[in-house]
Design a protein around this ligand. Structure first.
Ligand SMILES: Cc1ncc(COP(=O)(O)O)c(C=O)c1O
Ligand SMILES: *[C@@H]1O[C@H](CO)[C@@H](O)[C@H](O)[C@H]1NC(C)=O
Ligand SMILES: *[C@@H]1O[C@H](CO)[C@@H](O)[C@H](O)[C@H]1NC(C)=O
Length: 489
């Protein structure tokens, strides 16, 4: 749980209140003006109006220069950020031909495979020449190349399941698979902070959805017990099946899933476990096999293992791994397998090659070195940030470390000041986080050198003082009984 300081909560509410009030005030006059000027709606309902439109115009547009910054190079440890300018108070932004070379603290390039790699890149280029960028066909038609078969075998072996199926997009892997696995009469119990792709997959499935408190096995048990006693709504028949959905590392929190406890609870109540390892596969565990390896959970106890190739493997797409029966069933029934063009062959080759490096099958020790660096880099960076007095979320070993900003004015201030010092950071706010809990999200990579990290720390510390986000007391005594320094014992 995040305990937001009282004064910070107050000023944050005040800031949003002020923005809201001013926005509404201006909208009121705009409406009168529009009504006065014309009636150009001609019987159509407005296509985008309402609170979301209000939020975009009155809050987001004020700071939109901090988002969607165009990049003109590979997402390596350093990358080129295209400079933009505005003639209308940032309402519209125009690109220049200038770029600024920035330290990249935003991409999910955990193992550093996202830029040219001596083993992967030549093989990806070969596959591009041989297979072309697209198969122009669905998997069941002409879209299964030998690469696709090889990829599925590699992935299943790597994650420790009998079989796997891959998709062209990680988001679709969740949102299209959940509706195949479960439907009306079924129950999905979802962590309150699960990714949007899970939320939409669950909604699309037609199953009943219950949410349990983020990463709280005791609450999961309570919900399971209640729901099993209640049964289906109105008719009270037993649920057709129950699936509990959790993530390996929570992408906005940097927290590890309490998987051993959750698996225990699910076993007790005979609920299936669906684990999304988008951020954990490849990035954590001694040999990169994710949260099961790190926390010592037998993969036989996780029924559906999902993950994406867009982070540690520097490619695109997602996978589901499970029993042979499950994967066969999915291949016969999942619309995203039957009707969508298959994953791009060079992207598939990138995954195969990066997996080989991770496993040491390329004949070098680079994979093991990358895994050691991501761990060392992450733990070093996290502990340094904490020593400086930032409020950092998440667990040790996790390469994601959110720094709490809270106040809406601090979002652009932090982002713009860092960029001025050639450090590119990602800031996230509502609706990706709760309104009060805006944050900057640092993603550490094995590609970062110690020098890079020291530069980043220097800049972030300076900007942190300027913007006023060192919320934590800095005496080492207090830090011990602060939060995140668990694990590793
Ligand atoms: C937990 C989780 N699941 C799924 C996805 C979607 O994956 P992709 O970006 O590969 O479509 C993400 C994306 O960041 C994620 O964080
Ligand atoms: C527009 O964005 C720039 C940074 O890109 C910032 O310095 C400036 O203050 C912004 N202007 C307004 C009116 O918000
Ligand atoms: C590009 O950068 C140079 C040097 O900083 C500057 O003089 C020039 O105006 C910039 N060009 C644009 C289009 O902003």
């Amino acid at each position: 749980m995040i305990t937001i300081p009282y004064l910070t909560a107050l000023t944050t509410y005040f800031s949003y209140g002020l923005l809201f009030a001013f926005g509404q005030f201006r909208d009121f006059f705009r409406k009168i003006y529009d009504w006065w000027k014309s009636s150009d709606l001609q019987g159509y309902a407005p296509i985008c109006l309402g609170l979301e439109d209000f939020y975009i115009r009155r809050l987001y547009l004020r700071i939109q220069d901090c988002f969607g910054r165009p990049i003109s190079s590979a997402p390596d440890a350093w990358f080129d950020v295209v400079e933009r300018y505005s003639n209308d108070n940032n309402k519209t932004l125009k690109r220049t031909t200038n770029v600024s070379r920035c330290l990249n603290l935003g991409s999910y390039n955990y193992l550093g495979f996202a830029a040219a790699d001596e083993y992967c890149t030549p093989r990806v280029i070969e596959s591009l020449k041989k297979f072309s960028p697209s198969t122009c066909s669905a998997r069941v038609d002409g879209g299964t190349t030998s690469l696709h078969n090889e990829l599925e075998e590699c992935v299943a072996k790597f994650v420790g399941k009998p079989a796997a199926v891959v998709f062209g997009m990680g988001y679709v892997t969740n949102s299209a698979i959940l509706p195949v696995l479960i439907g009306k009469g079924g129950l999905i119990i979802s962590d309150s902070l699960n990714h949007n792709s899970i939320v939409n997959g669950a909604r699309g499935s037609g199953a009943t959805i219950r949410v349990f408190q983020h990463n709280t096995p005791a609450h999961l048990e309570k919900v399971l017990k209640e729901q099993i006693a209640e049964g289906q709504p109105r008719i009270h028949r037993p649920w057709k099946k129950i699936i509990v959905v959790v993530e390996g590392i929570y992408s906005m929190e940097g927290e590890l899933c309490k998987l051993p406890e959750i698996v225990e609870v699910c076993k007790k109540y005979k609920a299936y476990v669906y684990l999304d390892e988008a951020h954990s596969i490849g990035a954590i565990g001694k040999s990169g096999r994710g949260v099961c390896e790190l926390l010592g959970v037998d993969t036989a106890n996780v029924d559906i293992m999902m993950g994406t190739f867009t982070k540690s493997f520097g490619s695109c797409g997602g996978y589901i791994a499970g029993s042979k029966e499950l994967i066969r069933y999915l291949k016969y029934t999942c619309p995203a397998h039957l009707y969508a063009t298959s994953i791009s062959p060079p992207a598939a080759q990138q995954i195969i090659s990066s997996l080989k490096v991770i496993l040491g099958e390329d004949g070098s020790k680079r994979g093991a070195q990358k895994l050691a660096s991501i761990r060392d880099n992450s733990n070093f960076f996290r502990s340094e940030l904490q020593k400086m007095g930032f409020e950092v979320l998440g667990d040790n070993d996790s390469p994601i470390m959110p720094i709490m900003l809270y106040n809406p004015a601090k979002i652009p201030a932090f982002s713009r000041e860092c960029l001025k010092h050639n450090v590119a950071v990602v800031t996230v706010a509502f609706p990706a986080t709760p309104l009060l809990l805006a944050r900057a999200r640092i993603c550490i990579s094995a590609a970062h050198t110690r020098e890079d990290l020291l530069k980043a720390l220097e800049v972030i510390s300076k900007v942190g003082d300027l913007v006023g986000i060192k919320y934590m007391p800095v005496e080492p005594m207090k830090l011990q009984n602060g939060k995140p320094t668990k694990k590793e014992d």
